[in-house]
Design a protein around this ligand. Sequence first.
Ligand SMILES: [Zn+2]
Length: 339
Amino acid sequence: MRAMHNRALNAKRLCYTPGCTNYAQNCHVLQKNGNLNHIAEDGFIRHIEMSSKEPSLHFKKAGIHATDVMAFPGFCNACDTRLFLPIESKSLDFTNKTHLLLYSYRAVVCELHKVDSWLMCFEEMKDDTWYDESLRNIFDDMLLMYKLRRNGFVNQQFLLYNNLFNNVLDSAPNFAVYKIAKQGVACSATYFPFICFDEEMVYKALNINPMSYDFPFSHTAVYVHAVPTDGELFVIIGCHKNVTHVETIPIKDLKFLDEKAILVLLSTLFIKRIETWSISENLYNDWSRGSFDKAILNIKTHYLDERITDKYMYNLFNFTSMPVGVYLWEGNNKFSISE
Ligand SMILES: [Zn+2]
């Protein structure tokens, strides 16, 4: 299944710009010039990769100039150059809303591409008699869920595209920007906090045109960017209008977060919500010294498989006596804090 998924991820696709008929080329989720440089050591970083062997997740060492690091076939060369000129030609300005929207736009298209790849897999597998009937039914359900997610991301792309290029600003997300001491992490992603197992609701939502301002789910979308610079880490949390909480934190409290709270929030999003994030070799070494890397991946696997919502928060950045502050998965639905 993962080999099939890799094939789907790399399949030739059209550019995601509405109306463009060119083929997409590989684009970086973070800026081409810089950012990942700031956490790379000798040109290498680590990121999470799924594998067909056990353990299913591992931190893969990867070169930042290779096309597989936080890159995806999203836009053709012309669109990539034209759309992202403001953030490629000079460094990111964290006080400029257009810059933050452009970062978010690219993250949405990246997620859309991932969903399209899964859709391709489930389309193929639901009719493949190599799988027994109960599995094929599960694939059919997954197909439905991913169609719904696709509509959500299509709508988010539509909203951001209009924010950016048609000057429609009332639907734009708001952003909180934090500058904290440098940490060896980077990401640029978006997610929907909703979980929906109600089939009737799914069918209803599938019949709403995603290219409308009324599509319900995308107004709950959250954007998460961790952008390393020379000596600092900028953490950006963007929220559409219906978001009331980011994990356990009410929106109105986002402006009061101190550095530790920001790191806890970022850690929790990495564990529970975001697949595409990178870490430095140094941070990886800190983690692997206490087998902390394996603990992190175990917990992450748990959330990947079951899409659980709970109130646990995590801290991946405390090494005084590892793995302090991380809730460890112990099987049988039991969590405990490892001190
Ligand atoms: Zn294009």
